[in-house]
Design a protein around this ligand. Structure first.
Ligand SMILES: [Zn+2]
Length: 188
């Protein structure tokens, strides 16, 4: 099942998500649906709040970006994750987001992280990630904390993207994938 993607301006994206209680929902079906939703939008990561569910879960498949650099794709489901360690070294990298169509900006983040999580079979993992997987995981992890990549953008650059962000919340954007139009716009 392909879900419509929640866009910037919807309060769901700003709300911190809650842990999933094992057995309370079918995480395998949900992860399959999240991958399908992400692929039809040509994304490399998707967090549950982006499909309207305030749950601590996200999926990642970096294959499309890795192929450009000759790396092997990183595909994984993260449930109830906790980032338990960060490398001090940081790097800037241009990010975008399926919930914020048409906006891209450099975000500075740690280059390596250590993360504890469960997969779709409820197996626990502790992974040390670096490079592209570390970057995508931190972006998606922010989503389940109610943080968007544009929240990290400051100063002049923030002022430059401000009007684009306002336009998205007013329903003015272009996206070639299924999105959820905010209720306040439909009422007008
Ligand atoms: Zn995003």
């Amino acid at each position: 099942m392909i879900y419509p993607i929640i866009l910037y301006g919807d309060p769901i994206l700003k709300k911190p998500s809650e842990d999933i209680v094992p057995g309370s929902l079918d995480v395998k079906t949900l992860s399959d649906d999240m991958f399908q939703t992400m692929y039809q939008a040509s994304g490399v990561g998707l967090a549950a709040p982006q499909i309207g569910k305030n749950l601590r879960m996200f999926v990642i498949d970096s294959t499309p970006m890795d192929e450009d650099e000759g790396n092997e794709g990183f595909k994984r489901v993260f449930i109830n994750p906790t980032i338990v360690g960060f490398e001090e070294e940081e790097q800037a990298f241009e990010e975008g987001c399926l919930s914020i169509p048409g906006v891209r900006a450099d975000v500075v983040r740690p280059t390596k992280i250590k993360i504890k999580y469960f997969d779709e079979n409820w197996q626990e993992h502790i992974d040390l990630l670096e490079g592209l997987p570390a970057r995508i995981v931190q972006h998606e992890y922010d989503h389940i904390e109610g943080i968007l990549f544009t929240d990290h953008v400051k100063g002049l650059k923030k002022r430059l993207i401000k009007s684009k962000l306002n336009n998205i919340s007013k329903g003015q954007f272009e996206a070639n994938y299924k999105v959820k139009i905010p209720a306040k716009i439909l009422k007008k």
